[in-house]
Ligand binder design. Structure first.
Ligand code: ASP
Length: 439
């Protein structure tokens, strides 16, 4: 049995948290590869080290003084080292960073130092080998992960390194220099390492006991999710649920490695299992609810649209020509609705409308804004009858006007569009009906 364990920023924000992480690693000999994030917030209102580093970079390029912010970064690490009782110094590393900032600084290099320094401390503290991702994780010309090269080099390196610490968040860009993933990218590193190590489990240690059915800012103490499939999670994270970086699913999914989300502060909790497929019955018909505000819809009407070959293609052409991606496209006999992100659309609105008129010659185009989309996701829906009925009666009881419905053919989710102002009420109504009343 081999496990890859990734610790998030709050799990490594102080010496106290470091000790918890070390206890977790020592409690199970199969936890052989450790992927640390940079120190995160110790309390609300605190600043993540990655943000301190980015502000140091911004100041340096603006020609401002970086002494104070560098001192703050040093203090964070030195406090961890001292409170762990270690005889260890990062002095040379701090100097390197200060020097780099004086020359032609690279934002990615500076941002990545949070993980790098934490990895060095972690490796020294555990007495483990340190592997620099700069040597083993590679990006391609487009700036995406070069999985082929990474898997080849990293697997070979891990095969000869029985235990190691590999910092998260970065690798080597095409130019040979440090390149980072997008924010939260240590999750992706953990997944890549798990795939390369052919691990049995990828444990992702954070500050919550796994995924919750709903955003806790909308529902107080929502029920936890014990098992969720990669596809369900993808649907929920796309709609705004944030547990894991979206790109973290792909490497492990490809190799069929389950992800176990765990809480560093409550290691006794089982957490959430993210798996390819499972016959574990979901606790409820729906696995999760998520949603986002800020969409708009274009209602396009044309008499006899149903028999006009190529109408849809022309409309989508207008979107493509303007570089806009759409979210949903429910259609009727002579109507077609396109749901788009407001942010993306506002600036280009009139250009898109005139392009559709020119290319597809519809009778009319109406635009509505301030829509919210809610995804009700669950593998259990396929085998339960009456889900849609319960869903819409829950919304009707709370007088929520449903503006759009889209049920994917996978029967894995039902997407409903409501007005922004009804968003919170709608989520609460769905939660009440499917989770709270279902106990
Ligand atoms: N430290 C990076 C960030 O704050 C990456 C991570 O924590 O996963 O985004």
């Amino acid at each position: 049995m081999k496990k890859v364990v990734k610790f998030g920023g709050s799990s490594l924000a102080s010496a106290e948290q470091f000790k918890k992480a070390a206890d977790i690693i020592h409690a199970d000999a199969s936890r052989v590869y450790v992927v640390p994030s940079a120190p995160g917030k110790r309390f609300s209102g605190d600043t993540k080290v990655t943000d301190l580093l980015i502000s140091a970079y911004d100041k340096a390029v603006a020609g401002e003084d970086v002494t104070d912010v560098l001192a703050e970064i040093r203090a964070r690490y030195d406090e961890i080292i001292t409170d762990l009782g270690m005889n260890y110094s990062l002095e040379e590393e701090y100097e390197k960073i200060a020097r780099h900032l004086k020359e032609e600084p690279s934002r990615d290099y500076i941002a990545s130092r949070g993980e790098y320094l934490n990895g060095r401390i972690m490796a020294a503290y555990l007495g483990s080998e340190f592997i620099d991702p700069l040597d083993v994780i590679f990006f391609n010309d487009e700036g995406n992960l070069n999985s082929y090269k990474t898997q080849k080099v990293l697997s070979a390196r891990l095969a000869e390194t029985p235990r190691a610490v590999i910092p998260g968040f970065y690798g080597q860009g095409k130019d040979g220099k440090v390149k980072t993933f997008s924010r939260g990218g240590s999750d992706v590193t953990g997944s890549i390492v798990a795939a390369a190590a052919k691990a049995d489990i990828y444990e992702n240690w954070t500050d919550v006991s796994g995924c919750l059915v709903c955003d806790p800012r909308l529902i107080k103490d929502p029920a936890p999710i014990r098992y969720i499939t990669y596809r369900e999670l993808r649907e929920l994270s796309y709609m705004g649920a944030s547990v894991l970086h979206e790109d973290a699913i792909f490497p492990v999914r490809h190799s069929g490695i389950p992800i176990n989300i765990r809480n560093t502060n409550r290691p006794e909790d089982v957490g959430t299992w993210i798996v390819e497929s499972t016959c574990q019955k979901p606790d409820h018909v729906i696995t999760g609810i998520a949603g986002r505000k800020g969409f708009c819809a274009m209602l396009i009407t044309k008499a006899m649209m149903n028999s006009e070959v190529g109408f849809g293609r022309k409309v989508l052409q207008a979107l493509e020509d303007n570089g806009i991606s759409f979210e949903h496209m429910p259609s009727g006999i002579d109507t077609m609705t396109i749901v788009i992100h407001e942010d993306e659309f506002l600036d280009k609105e009139q250009r898109v409308v005139s392009a559709i008129h020119r290319l597809a010659q519809p009778d009319s185009i109406e635009i509505e804004s301030d829509l919210a989309l809610i995804a009700v996701v669950g593998r259990g829906m396929r085998s339960a009858s009456g889900t849609a009925g319960r869903l819409f009666s829950a919304l009707a009881e709370k007088k929520v006007n449903v503006r759009m419905i889209d049920q994917g053919s996978s029967e894995l989710n039902i997407i409903i569009g409501v007005e922004n102002k009804d968003f919170e009420t709608a989520i609460k109504a769905i939660y009440e009906k499917f989770i709270a009343e279902d106990k």
